[in-house]
Design a protein around this ligand. Structure first.
Ligand code: SF4
Length: 320
């Protein structure tokens, strides 16, 4: 069994107190049973604090967020008191892992870092390696991939190669991807998508405002500005393909996930264009922030991701 990751994976380091959108705010944090057992044994004031700050609902333990939706152990410097007092080894599994994700195959586990973390987003978008994978470890055992797994990995590698080779013309690269996967569909307009996304559960009220702004793009009679970021957008699409294709359950789901990857690019690009029209510029930091927001509002919600995938499955396959 191998553990593989994008080449940039090892560059990730949490920026903790410097993070503008800490993952310890606004998110429900479930605590795994192994960690709960450890916390039950902690003595003194920290032990008492732990037991007073954890609740259990339907057998699932989680931290009781404060009124302003902060983890009760996130201190005023935005640093974690559990990390400080008990050490990294006593963080629960979710806190240890975040923003890492895993894709499981018969012969390998892939790991990656998620776009909803601003530190990870900067690394993903600015990557200059062309999105290749490295082997982090290999126990030497030779498990075999199933035919379906082989198909998904080969397809995904080829799509990533296409978009990376066409990063100087992303729109052309997207057409090549869709051709390669034999996907024919009429996508909704950005305005139609903005209306759909507005109907989803929204975490940050600014997201709704941004969706309103991209809706307005359609009414502009002027030529929309060029925004550059070719490499960054190629990396963005590669990330969505890398992360989401392995979750597909069947062929139509797989095709819909390719469209989902392209949609992420279209929405984030529209946010960048809208920023230029409003503020006269869109800098790399803005791109990272729009990507982070899209990721936490859409990609990190299983429900929202599934809703979009269902829409695409209907759109692609109803045309046959
Ligand atoms: S979002 Fe990323 S950088 Fe910020 S606190 Fe969480 S892991 Fe660290």
């Amino acid at each position: 069994m191998k553990i593989t990751a994008p080449a940039y994976y090892k560059s990730f380091k949490c920026i903790a107190g410097k993070c503008k959108h800490s993952c310890c705010i606004d998110w429900e944090i479930d605590i795994d049973e192994g960690t709960i057992e450890k916390y039950k044994k902690v003595k003194g004031t920290m032990g008492e604090r732990l037991r007073n700050s954890i609740c259990c609902q339907d057998g699932t333990y989680s931290f009781i967020l404060s009124d302003n939706e902060r983890c009760p152990f996130l201190n005023s410097d935005n640093l974690c008191d559990i990390y400080i007092e008990l050490g990294e080894e006593n963080l629960c599994q979710i806190c240890t892992d975040h923003p890492r994700f895993r894709n499981y195959f018969s012969d390998r586990t892939e790991v990656g870092i998620g776009l909803c973390c601003e530190a990870a987003g900067k690394i993903i978008l600015s990557d200059t390696t062309g999105f290749y994978e490295i082997i982090l470890s290999d126990d030497g055992k030779k498990e075999a991939l199933s035919e379906d797994e082989k198909y998904i990995i080969d397809l995904r590698n080829n799509l990533i190669l296409i978009i990376q080779n066409n990063r100087n013309n992303i729109e052309h690269g997207i057409n090549l991807i869709l051709d390669y996967a034999d996907i024919i569909y009429r996508d909704k307009t950005i305005s139609e998508w903005a209306d759909i996304l507005k109907g989803f559960e929204i975490l940050d009220s600014n997201w709704k405002k941004y969706l309103e702004q991209i809706k307005e793009l359609e009414n502009k009679n002027t030529q929309l500005p060029e925004i550059g970021f070719n490499r960054e957008f190629a990396n963005l699409i590669s990330y969505f393909l890398y992360r989401h294709l392995p979750d597909s359950r069947d062929y139509s789901d797989l095709m819909a996930r390719i469209c989902f990857a392209v949609l992420g690019y279209k929405i984030i690009k529209s946010l960048c264009i809208s920023n230029i029209l409003k503020k006269g510029k869109c800098e790399f930091e803005d791109l990272v922030e729009f990507s982070r927001m899209y990721s936490s509002e859409i990609e990190y919600s299983q429900e929202n991701t599934n809703s979009i995938i269902n829409i695409y499955q209907n759109e692609i396959f109803s045309s046959f």
